[in-house]
Design a protein. Structure first.
Length: 365
């Protein structure tokens, strides 16, 4: 009979080589086994949908432990969605948002904030990925005229697009300047765990406890599969947050599965272990790259799980064909590119050694 289930079961087919390693992005990694176990545990039986489930309720409590008792949260589908929902929650329709000149929300989200939220993005200079408080103040004051879109929010990426990290002191200064000018602050925390581990700090210590108004907390890059959530500092904003989530197409019907992943990461120390492993692999890679000779040079300080290095363009092309990585700047200089290598929670010392070996071979050709 058409549509009737049968007792037969076709085994799942692996459609990739599980032994192949990539340094192109931490999105290339799979899920940590403990996250997979959490998904299996959440899969049995029926529970209420759209976040009215025990996993999401437990996650809300865990997040309040990290970010503060007065915070509210909303599980979302994607990192881009998290940024769009958070920044809409912080701004009026007529306001604009400041970001760094390298910001993911500016270059790599397809104009989502402008398209969905109708909000103008204004880039700030950011050497090594870090925004300077003086540049923030100048930009806010410049936009106060009647012909400008006044600044409603500042969005910062932690760790930054260049693999660097804002210290708590730097963040506090930016928050104080912003709030003093009536501007709210958002942190794009796709790799917040990596920054927190690098600084030996908690997730809230680098965000809401410094006065940050909203955080996009990413679990996908830290061992999750689809695990993203928005946290706002004031619980009074929760109703608006939930409505924006729906209007921005970010409300999950089976929210328990995203919440279960985030619980596996954040309820204990898995987020720390995963970020520490990725950061250690990046440090190992950076130290090894410095031994490859004068034609390979680190472009930025390595603080989290990303390594940027300049090298000959032909070397990068051949090496990336063997072990995938991303060419960040294809015009870094005559015959030079700037390459980005991102390590993951499951990047091993052997993986790093193999990559360094490929680079060494291609440099010798």
């Amino acid at each position: 009979m058409t549509g009737t289930p049968t007792a037969e079961h076709t085994p799942a087919i692996a459609r990739h080589d599980p032994g192949r390693r990539s340094f192109a992005s931490d999105n290339a990694a799979g899920m940590h086994p403990e996250v997979l176990e959490a998904l299996v545990a959440a899969n049995g039986g029926h529970v209420p949908s759209y976040g009215a489930d025990p996993y999401t309720a437990a996650l809300e409590e865990v997040l309040r432990g990290h970010f503060g008792e007065d915070t509210a949260s909303a599980v979302v589908l994607t990192g881009t969605g998290a940024n769009v929902v958070a920044l809409q929650a912080l701004t009026h329709r007529w306001e604009s948002v400041l970001c760094s000149e390298q910001a993911h929300v500016l270059h790599d989200e397809g104009g989502a904030l402008e398209h969905v939220g109708g909000t103008k993005l204004i880039p700030l200079p950011a050497p090594d990925g870090l925004v300077d408080p003086a540049d923030l103040e100048r930009a806010v004051r410049r936009a106060q005229g009647p012909m400008a879109a006044p600044i409603g929010a500042l969005t910062l990426t932690q760790s930054t697009e260049l693999g660097t990290v804002y210290s708590a002191t730097h963040l506090r200064e930016l928050v104080d300047v912003a709030h003093g000018l009536g501007v709210r602050v958002h942190v794009d925390g796709a790799r917040l765990a990596n920054a927190a581990v690098a600084l030996g700090a908690g997730l809230g210590e680098l965000t809401t406890r410094l006065g940050v108004d909203a955080v996009s907390v990413g679990g996908t890059k830290n061992g999750g599969g689809t695990a993203e959530v928005v946290v706002v500092r004031e619980r009074a904003a929760a109703d608006g947050l939930s409505r924006l989530r729906k209007q921005s197409l970010q409300l999950l019907s089976k929210a328990r599965f995203a919440s279960a992943q985030l619980l596996a990461l954040l309820e204990g120390d898995l987020w720390v272990r995963n970020a520490a492993a990725a950061n250690a692999a990046a440090d190992l890679l950076a130290r090894g790259a410095q031994d490859l000779g004068s034609r390979v040079r680190l472009a930025h300080p390595v603080r989290a799980n990303a390594v940027f290095a300049s090298m000959p363009a032909d070397v990068a092309e051949r090496a990336a064909a063997r072990v995938p990585f991303f060419v960040w700047d294809p015009h870094h200089g005559p015959g030079q590119v700037e390459a980005r290598f991102v390590t993951s929670f499951d990047t091993t010392g052997a993986d790093v050694s193999a990559l360094l070996g490929v680079l060494r071979e291609e440099l010798a050709r």
